[in-house]
Design a protein around this ligand. Structure first.
Ligand code: FE
Ligand code: FE
Ligand code: FE
Length: 193
């Protein structure tokens, strides 16, 4: 009797594991994976767009620290694009961008700030830092969500690559905060009309 029960239990757990395997197979071609790939195309477009925007932001910046931060982040961004290409390759997908409305808007806002502030002022640097941090926060939200989604889909190597980029975006955000707090904000406070 006891044995029979145990056998019954084993059969049930075997069934459960077959079901789990089937579910995992479904997940791999699921709507969720489709969404994952669409989101990757969005951030791929966004990173490529930033490669165009960052040199303009560097040119508009006055403080040497901020100029260097933008120059460094341009290099980092180029590496992130290579990393995304690797991700597409791992997924057997074409590395293809899909217009990101948010990044388009954020860089447009940055251009507006440059136009509205006076060149050579710390006030413009403060505005550039705010604009850049909005960009980094969009990227942090995206990479954080996509790394997690990668893990949910069982794509652990992909998730690991996305985590590396996530950390780089966080570091950049912190660096921008430091530049604002240590230099630029105080200088800007002294600037009058
Ligand atoms: Fe980036
Ligand atoms: Fe987007
Ligand atoms: Fe970034």
């Amino acid at each position: 009797m006891e044995n029979e029960l145990r056998n019954f239990g084993d059969a049930e757990s075997e069934n459960a594991s077959i079901k789990a395997t089937a579910q995992r197979a479904v997940v791999n071609d699921s709507k969720l994976k489709e969404l994952f790939i669409e989101e990757l195309k969005d951030i791929f477009w966004a990173e490529n767009h930033l490669v165009q925007a960052l040199p303009k932001m560097r040119e508009a910046a006055t403080s040497a620290e901020l100029q260097a931060a933008f120059a460094d982040h341009l290099e980092v961004t180029q590496k992130q694009i290579v990393r995304l290409k690797q991700v597409f390759e791992m997924l057997g997908e074409q590395a293809q961008g899909k217009e990101c409305e948010a990044m388009k808007g954020l860089t447009k806002e940055a251009e507006g700030i440059i136009a509205e502030t006076e060149s050579g002022t710390a006030t413009r640097d403060v505005a550039l830092i705010i604009a850049a941090q909005k960009v980094e926060h969009y990227e942090i939200a995206t990479y954080g969500a996509l790394a997690q989604l990668g893990r949910t889909l069982g794509l652990l190597e992909v998730a690991t690559l996305l985590d590396i980029t996530l950390e780089e975006e966080k570091e950049t955000d912190h660096l921008l905060t430091t530049i604002a707090e240590d230099h630029v904000n105080y200088q800007a406070k002294k600037e009058t009309e």
